[in-house]
Design a protein. Sequence first.
Lengths: 719, 151
Amino acid sequence: MITRPLTSRRRFLEAAATAGGGLMLNFCLPFAGGDAEAADGFAPNAFIRVERDGRITLVMPYVEMGQGTYTAIPMLIAEELEVDLKQVQLEHAPPNEKLYGNPALGGIQATGNSNAIRAAWQPLRQAGAVARTMLVSAAARRWNVDPGSCRAQSGEVLHAPTSRRFKYGELAADAARLPVPENVAVKRPEDFKLIGTPARRLDTPAKVNGTAVYGIDVRPPGVKIATLAQSPVFGGRVKSVNDAAAKAVKGVRQIVRLDDAVAVIADHMGAAKKGLAALVIDWDDGPHAGLTTEAIVGELEKATLNPGAVAQNIGDADKAMAGAVTKVEATYRVPFLAHAAMEPMNCTVHVRKEGCEVWVGSQVLARAQAAAAKTAGLPLDKVVVHNHLIGGGFGRRLEIDGVVRAVQIGQHVDGPVKVVWTREEDIQHDMYRPCFFDRMSAGLDETGRPAAWNHRFAGSSILARWLPPAFNKGLDPDTTEGAIDLVYALPNMHVEYSRVEPAAVPTAFWRSVGPSHNVFVVESFMDELANAARQDPLTYRLLLIDKARAKAVLALAAEKAGWGRQLPERVGRGISVQFAFANYIAYVAEVAVAKDGSIRVRRVVCAVDCGTVVNPDIVRAQIQGAAIFGITAALYGDITLKNGRVEQANFGTYQMLRMNEAPVIEVHIVPSREAPGGMGEPGTSAIAPAVTNAIFAATGKRLRKLPIDTTALKQPVDP
Amino acid sequence: MAIKIKVNGAQRTVDVDSDTPLLWVLRDLLGLTGTKFGCGMALCGACTVHIDGIATRSCVTPIDSIGSSKVTTIEAIGATAAGARIQKAWLDREVVQCGYCQSGQIMSATALIESNPRPTDSDIDDAMSGNICRCGTYVRIREAIKQASGQ
């Protein structure tokens, strides 16, 4: 590859003649943390290739987990390049933190934080526009006409006055020799043809006929299948193993004993599971054998009795509290949660003396590579990682524990081995959404408005482990998101956070992260304040909100839901609003509470302002899915510990919402020309308080702990 | 022991314990990886296949229980009229997100409309509640089944 760097903008954009004579446009996404120079003279974060046959290839630093990034990101480039979406081909970016590092995630090559569209919005369109401009120039030169008399359309350049045309592929070699234009305007929103349309997803045809390849589906020649048992108590060790019966199982080839796990290697998973069941393992439970959820929550509660790090301070909440007419206090709790992605944890490796190959679906490819290298004791360049589709991420695949495990096992196996966790291992050895304890207090003035707002909470900081530099002065931006950046104009507000790590229990990002906890607390407590002020929860919120976009979504959701309209007995509507991941979202949930306390979420109405919409159908799909994800957690999500072990094991004890429980979900999108927000996560968080606020409206019972305890909602029997 | 099964119209022979679940034979020995592992206990439906047209959880179906019955998997369901209609509706309605559970969803939905050409909401609940979708595509699955059944 010959590259011709630009002097003024070479770190942004560079034209290069590819070996095949095509046009290659290299560009850096705005999160280029490091130097974009690499061994080849120039290496971009991502790049467009225009082949001679007209194919457009985009190398993607983002991974597809269902969120639609394999459609929405190509839409950005196709819009400006004037190509049909089906002409765009995608390639996974290889692991390379220098090239693909995401500064919004500390320079780590990661797909997370719902930031792919936000990060790619400007540079990908810009790159497409530059490529189009150069292709048009190449055509104009050949025809010896003014480029202004030519236009690009569906992968061709047309000269309308003479009805001549060239396909992009025919122009690629010429275009590659042209200077890269300094300033190319991206399209005006009114000229968008693709952005804003419900373009068909590109990843779905292979997902409906069984041909899509997820990490768990890879089958390198000769691959063996392994499954494992890890110490049921966090921090425990293997004391002894009797593997005689396991080895006698037909198809079992080998038993691998690690310090804290035992794996069975077999011809197929059926044999591996049978072998695992036949193992007799004596565990040394270690120091956490007595650990319980209650003990962990007790530590958190205790921590909230003392000041934490100040995460937000506006005005003087203490002074305002002293002068308040009414005081409201409450404590809230949210539990540990498992990710329970449908594709159980798995990773395939082939560890040799001279190198290691890894097949996995990962949100953090470069970390996966580094973890494999470190575990195998190999240099980074001897580890090849193949990324695959992910059968549900939700944050779980931002961790590399599964890769480490697979390499630890693979080091003992001659040939490739696919390590597949049982569902029980997946749930009992997840890395969990942390539990939190929250202490709220507010002082209302004579009009019922909150003159003072105090929020103090304690729990794990994931970023402090995952990205230590992001944890500063006792705070990190994820854990506090949704607690410190409210849509309400509160004159006196004070928020404190105490980092308390639960003994032995690993914690990790879980879809919507900080807001998954904070929005439940804030929007529940706001409902409590409305009630204390004897005001309608919608009216009360609208009075306190000073952000027009927040007001608009709230009002729209209420209108579409028929807020205020009569409902039957023990049926209620609850409302919530949030700002998170650069979006405004409001929900109204309609919930029926049966006499036995069981609840049914009947209908969910969402209004969302996510700025400029790239693909409205994907926005709707993400809200629909996130609402289900959030309701599932609110109703059922609870990982508890007893004797140092997770008590839940499979979908019988860690329940998921099912078809017969799924509500009607309506999504209303507010048109906007603001920059786009991220849609993968935020719909998850605001739904829980909408549901519990609806339960309050239906029954008068305020639920301050998740998951919902339906026994508290039983209708008292008349004497 | 050598066991013969008929999968997607082809006779296959595998040498496994007689109690080996069909799921692992399909995925690990025959390479039909479109059928997915989700729970191993018939709790999630990701492993759903058809045995003589009946939606069956392959993760708890011993290989020796199949006998001469015909096994159909996601790889071949598009060759049936109902399967093709369901797959088309799945794409038309953009049901799919991560897609991992969708093989099972499609197999359950196909069996439903084959046996019940115009399922009601309640029929859909009964037939589909054994299939978990963690991405929460239930709203669209319902719409797609209605489309595929001409409703």
